[in-house]
Design a protein around this ligand. Structure first.
Ligand code: GDP
Ligand code: MG
Length: 367
């Protein structure tokens, strides 16, 4: 039976089937994991009192009653839940890293807050032959240099983020770093005990086509829950190798850095470009637009054409501005806006939510 999330009582569970409210609300809430198909449990719901506490994807989250009224759920045992994710992954090409014959690797540490980035950063820079360490000028970035197996590694600890949509200063900062600095490799630190939520960020740099290695950190916590994870298979599906680590105990660091070097040298079988399939309508628009981009504005800051097409359709301001500044850019932006309208009308959904649903769909599929 369908009901409003706010009407579920304590200990009751539901599966999200619809999210109403303003576009901004839907986007914010989706990024917290409130997406179609997701199971949600009520922890605390005192009649007429705010907030209501929920558990979703293993996290406790508080919502105001007014917010929870916008979310429609089906009782867990309801039979006709129809969730149709048109998402899967496809096999892509291996990465080719420029200058990979050089023995110098630039790494960006990226991950959700509290996933263990700083712990791994300190461990890596402290346990190795020290070359240098300085504090950055912005939002507390730190860079360290050290050597591992004859490679000079430059590692930058970035602020924690859940997304790269550029809504918060941290997101903006991490995104700029990835786009402008173009590190050779992203070292994505994930909390193994909260994979679904942590991998949301991962899907965002999959589109950027930057090679990555995942530190499957807090592996001790995953083990203590007795959950089983076939991380090799998961890695093969998302095109990114995962290495179990326990940062606080120094476990797995050496394996992690060995893997970084292997990926950098192009010798890792797991590391490859993977495409997140968005809905069919959107994919068709992206296909046409990427071809147009390739024809009219090739080589734009070395971004993948598909990435530019996706971001233009999504209406990403920064990428729109960048394209506007080049010849023929305006025409491409116009085309992208029309494509966005067609997709939104076709799916009766705001574009942000179409993207977020597809990303969580990709993760759910892989997991
Ligand atoms: P950051 O926000 O990503 O930089 O995370 P921190 O490095 O500050 O780590 C957050 C907390 O998690 C700290 O208290 C760490 O000691 C702890 N921590 C880091 N790695 C692990 C791990 O592998 N297992 C466990 N149990 N705790 C960890
Ligand atoms: Mg930190």
């Amino acid at each position: 039976m369908s009901t409003r999330l706010s009407d579920l009582k304590e200990r009751e569970e539901g599966i999200i089937t619809h999210i109403g409210g303003s576009g901004a609300f839907k986007t914010r809430i989706s990024e917290m994991g409130f997406v179609k198909g997701q199971k949600i449990l009520v922890i605390k719901n005192a009649p007429l009192r705010d907030p209501i506490e929920y558990n979703i994807m293993g996290y406790d989250v508080s919502l105001r009653r007014k917010e929870a009224e916008n979310i429609i759920v089906e009782d867990e045992d309801s039979e006709n839940i129809n969730i149709d994710y048109k998402v899967n992954s496809s096999i892509g090409k291996a990465f080719q890293i420029n200058g990979s014959s050089e023995k110098k690797i630039r790494i960006a540490l990226v991950g959700n807050p509290n996933s263990g980035k700083t712990t791994l950063f300190n461990l890596a820079s402290g346990a190795h032959e020290h070359v240098g360490n300085y504090a950055g000028v912005t939002i507390g970035t730190k860079t360290a240099y050290f050597k591992h197996n004859g490679y000079r590694i430059e590692i930058t600890d970035l602020p924690g983020t859940y997304s790269l949509s550029a809504y918060s200063p941290e997101e903006q900062f991490v995104r700029d770093h990835l786009i402008k600095e173009r590190p050779d490799l992203v070292l994505n630190v994930v909390d193994a005990s909260n994979l679904e939520r942590n991998l949301f960020l991962t899907t965002q740099f999959i589109d950027l086509e930057i090679p990555a290695v995942i530190a499957l950190n807090m592996y001790d916590e995953l083990e203590s829950t007795q959950s089983e994870l076939n991380h090799k298979e998961l890695g093969a599906m998302i095109g990114i190798p995962l290495i179990p680590t326990v940062g606080s105990k120094g476990i797995g660091l050496s394996n992690l850095l060995d893997k970084v070097i292997e990926v950098y040298k192009g010798e890792c079988q797991t590391s490859r470009r993977v495409k997140i399939h968005y809905s069919l309508d959107l994919e068709n628009e992206v296909y046409d637009l990427s071809n147009e981009i390739e024809e009219k504005i090739p080589g734009l800051h070395h971004f993948p054409h598909r990435f530019i097409a996706l971001k233009l359709i999504e209406g990403d301001e920064e990428i729109v501005d960048m394209v506007r500044s080049v010849d023929d850019g305006f025409e491409i932006i116009e085309g992208a806006s029309k494509a966005r309208e067609r997709v939104e009308v076709g799916l009766s959904e705001k574009i942000e939510n179409i993207f977020i649903d597809a990303r969580y769909g990709f993760i759910d599929g892989a997991l």
